[in-house]
Design a binder for this molecule. Structure first.
Ligand SMILES: [Zn+2]
Length: 167
């Protein structure tokens, strides 16, 4: 046996690819059709009134179907947590470093993940008020990528109590 064959294997690179057709289902389809028109839809739980964003077929807390009218949310919100990303990732074509954020849209009770743009890294902080920066309308599709990123709003920070349950 050669030395190579007896060496410990430490790294094995094995690219894997899987193509499949994803059926979004009724609830997510409604969300995706709405975002194609620049609307952000959530749905309200019939038990406690919490607004889940995006729309879902059922409340994950109560297990109840959520089939009422969707709630249209604004594209403004509060940055509740963030992380400055300095490590490249093959499937994220953003220039490093960038800021991954969780945004609590105004009127929603769940956060969405996105990125922050047009902002110095040193000034990013919890409680910042932000607004979505959309792609040009003619490029909109059935994708959350219609929102390029969030940008800071020139507003006072949100009170900690208004978002502390979402950190
Ligand atoms: Zn619920």
């Amino acid at each position: 046996m050669s030395d190579e064959a007896t060496e410990d294997l430490r790294v094995l690179r094995m690219p894997v690819e899987l193509d499949y057709t994803y059926s979004a289902g009724r609830s997510a389809s409604r969300f995706l059709r709405a975002i194609q028109e620049g609307k952000l839809l959530g749905q309200r739980c019939p038990v406690d009134g919490k607004v889940y964003f995006p729309t879902r077929g059922a409340c994950p807390q109560h297990g109840m179907p959520i089939d009422g009218e969707p709630v249209e949310l604004p594209d403004t919100g509060t940055l509740v947590t963030y992380s400055i990303v300095r490590v490249p990732s093959a499937n994220i074509p953003l220039e490093l470093p960038y800021v991954a954020v969780q945004v609590l849209l105004d009127g929603a009770d769940t956060v969405m993940m996105h990125v922050l743009g047009e902002c110095d890294l040193e000034t990013v902080h919890m409680g910042m008020r932000v607004r979505a920066k959309w792609k040009p309308k003619e490029e909109w599709s059935t994708s959350v990528a219609n929102i390029l990123y969030f940008v800071p709003l020139d507003e006072p920070d949100a009170a900690y109590d208004s978002y502390k349950e979402h950190i």
